[in-house]
Every structure is written in structure tokens, then in C-alpha cells.
Design a binder for this molecule. Structure first.
Ligand code: GTP
Ligand code: MG
Ligand code: ZN
Length: 349
């Protein structure tokens, strides 16, 4: 496949049913994105580092697209360049594969509100998602104007967000945004993830300096109503890109032991001192993790949260192994059918 330097390319801004919106990379100014139709199942080959097409996948927001021209001159999506980092969640149903929420990102902003109280478990879950992506996780605690001691609350979150910066911000009061703005270098891509109503689109607008995304009404119970319904990439005048996403309801994790260990670096370190290498930190003698809970150095909540996510990741891994095995059986069956048709001189489909 000729996907040389001369090939036209662009960034996938949005994925709709049957089409993607692509912002041409070589546009003189930031123009309107072009609508490029998707055909069949909407799968596009993902190129490897050598430009060789590999598995066909659904395009994701943030993908670097290689564009060609159809017979009528209309743009077609030829391939996707290799993804350098991707935020991936477990597929929604039993058959579907993991879903790419955002591709080619540099920073994952884990957005959580200070009012109502932040949920430690949700922050840990989203941090695991963020660590797995390969991008840098940063926690943004919103609505600092609504609580008396945002910094005290931020310190509590810092204790569980090991290795990630944590910023308390208020868009309403215009406070705390500078360290987040500092992440917006030219060519960098940031994606916001978090629950509905956390203020992701409000933050995107503040960073963009314009009302690029619609934001929700504030309800008295502080909960959102899924104002944003599409994942969407917003190019900023300074050359950075922001990807806004709809609120995540109980996002499923894709199994990744390293990401879990990054989020729970404290548990992982303690586990190194357990007597048994395969210690599950339940009832085993010589368990350093249980000892730390016992003497108060590790919050019991933290161990519970680790357990929940580790169990889920293990389940997901078994499930994806089963799905892979089923896909392989299917592939072999199809190949066998094709071979028989070939032997019988019938057209191979
Ligand atoms: N007081 C206050 N309200 C805020 C702040 N940031 C966002 N809000 C309000 O929170 C509500 C939800 O904000 P959105 O930006 O729509 O939330 P979202 O995370 O994009 O929600 P979804 O699109 O549903 O996922 C809106 O009413 C915002 O005005 C803030 O810093 N302070
Ligand atoms: Mg929104
Ligand atoms: Zn142990």
C-alpha cells in the first residue's frame, strides 16, 4: 500500500455512524473538517511502524488518518497511522472488542468534582485507564469555588493519585487553571475523562477560550445529565488539541497488570514483601499488605479498591482470552469453508 509522505492526511475529529470527520493536516488554517464516508463494517487498516497495514479496526477520535481520493474525487479513509497512545475501555458487550475512546493523546485529564465529594474509587479506576493509555495522567478537581477547603481535599486525592499531578480548579472563579494551561503545548493532545456533570466541557471551553462545547445546567443534586454525547476533538489556536468525551458511567477496565500497579504503587510495593510471591493479600501468613492495613499505613479502603479493580481486570482478561479463542475458531472454520469451495471450483467468498 502506498502511504508515502505525499499521502494526504488528517486528524479524526469525530466518528459518526457511517462517516468520520477529519481535519486535514495540511490545511493552511484550521478549516472545517471534511466528512469522509466509512464503508461496510466501518473498519480501516491500522498501519504498523513500517507502514504495513495490519488489523482492520474502527477509527477513533484522535486517529491520524491517511486519506485517498475515490473514483469521484471524494475523500476516502485509506488507513490509520500507528497509535502512539490510546485510552481504551472494555467493550460494552460480550462480543465487542475493547473500545478506543481517544487515540494519540499525550495527557489524560482525569476530571472529578469537588462538590459533591470526589469519589476515590472512581479516581483510581480512571487513573488505571489513564496509566494504561501510555499518556501522562493528571487529575483535575473541579468546582473548587463550591467547597471551603479545596486544597485540603486535593491533598486527600494526592494521597491516592500516586505519581500523578493533582490540581484543584474553578472555572467559575477562574482559579487554578494555569498549571492545566501549561500542559497545552503545540502539537500536544489532551483528553478529558470523568463522570457526567464533572465539568469536562466547561474545562474544555475555559482552556479553548471559547464556547466550543455545550455545557450542562447545574442541577441541585449536582449530578449531570449527559450533556456531551459525542467524543470530539477540538483544535486550539495555539496548536494543541483537546478531546472532550461524554460522562463515563462505570467504565470497564481492560486488563493491564502494569497499569494497576502504577495506580496502586503503594500496594504493589508492599506486595513485594509478602512471604508468598502469589499472595492475594486475603488470609495468607506473612502478608505485608494486610500488615500495613493492620498498622494503619495502608487505608483499608485502598486495599478494597485494589481488590475490586484487580478482580475485574482478571475477569476481563479471561473473557478476552475466551473471545480470542472464539474468533480463532471462527477464522479457522471460515478458512476451511473457503478451502472446500475452492476445491469444488466454486467462487471463494
Ligand atoms: N460552580 C462551578 N460550576 C461548574 C464549574 N465547572 C463546571 N460547572 C458546572 O457544572 C455543570 C456541568 O458542567 P459540564 O461541563 O457540562 O459537565 P460535563 O463533565 O461536560 O458533563 P457531560 O457532558 O454530561 O459528561 C455545569 O452547570 C457547569 O456550569 C466550576 O468550576 N464551578
Ligand atoms: Mg460535557
Ligand atoms: Zn500479601
Amino acid at each position: 500500500m502506498d502511504t508515502g509522505g505525499a499521502a494526504l492526511g488528517g486528524r479524526v475529529v469525530r466518528v459518526d455512524r457511517g462517516a468520520v470527520l477529519v481535519l486535514p493536516g495540511d490545511a493552511p488554517a484550521v478549516e472545517e473538517p471534511v466528512r469522509v464516508p466509512l464503508h461496510g463494517e466501518g473498519l480501516v487498516p491500522l498501519l504498523d511502524a513500517d507502514g504495513v497495514p495490519g488489523e482492520a479496526v474502527p477509527p477513533a477520535v484522535g486517529d491520524d488518518a491517511v486519506l485517498g481520493a475515490g473514483p469521484d474525487g471524494a475523500p476516502t479513509l485509506v488507513a490509520l497511522r500507528p497509535r502512539r497512545a490510546a485510552v481504551v475501555r472494555d467493550g460494552a458487550d460480550r462480543t465487542s472488542r475493547a473500545q478506543v475512546l481517544a487515540a494519540n493523546v499525550d495527557v489524560v485529564l482525569v476530571v472529578e468534582h469537588l462538590d459533591p465529594d470526589p469519589s476515590p474509587g472512581r479516581v483510581e479506576r480512571l487513573l488505571t485507564l489513564a496509566w494504561r493509555s501510555g499518556a501522562t495522567p493528571v487529575v483535575v478537581l473541579t468546582k473548587a469555588d463550591l467547597v471551603p477547603d479545596p486544597e485540603g481535599m486535593a491533598d486527600e486525592v494526592r494521597a491516592l493519585a500516586i505519581g500523578a499531578d493533582v490540581h484543584a480548579v474553578s472555572v467559575t472563579a477562574g482559579t487554578g487553571l494555569d498549571p492545566v494551561r501549561a500542559l497545552l503545548g503545540p502539537g500536544r493532545t489532551l483528553v478529558v475523562v470523568g463522570p457526567s456533570g464533572a465539568g469536562k466541557s466547561t474545562l474544555v471551553n475555559a482552556l479553548a477560550g471559547a464556547e466550543v462545547m455545550a455545557t450542562g445546567e447545574r442541577r441541585s443534586d449536582g449530578r449531570g445529565r449527559h450533556t456531551t454525547v459525542h467524543r470530539e476533538l477540538v483544535p486550539l489556536p495555539g496548536g494543541a488539541c483537546l478531546i472532550d468525551t461524554p460522562g463515563l458511567r462505570g467504565v470497564g477496565l481492560v486488563a493491564d497488570a502494569a497499569a494497576l500497579d502504577a495506580t496502586f504503587a503503594d500496594v504493589a510495593e508492599l506486595a513485594g514483601d509478602c512471604r508468598f510471591a502469589d499472595c492475594e493479600h486475603r488470609t495468607e501468613p506473612g502478608c505485608a499488605v494486610l500488615a500495613a492495613v493492620e498498622d494503619g499505613t495502608l487505608p483499608a479502603r485502598r486495599l478494597d479498591s485494589w481488590r475490586r479493580l484487580a478482580r475485574e481486570a482478571a475477569y476481563q482478561e479471561r473473557r478476552s482470552d475466551a473471545a480470542l479463542a472464539a474468533a480463532e475458531r471462527n477464522r479457522v472454520r471460515r478458512a476451511t469453508v473457503a478451502y472446500h469451495r475452492f476445491q469444488q471450483g466454486r467462487p471463494v467468498r
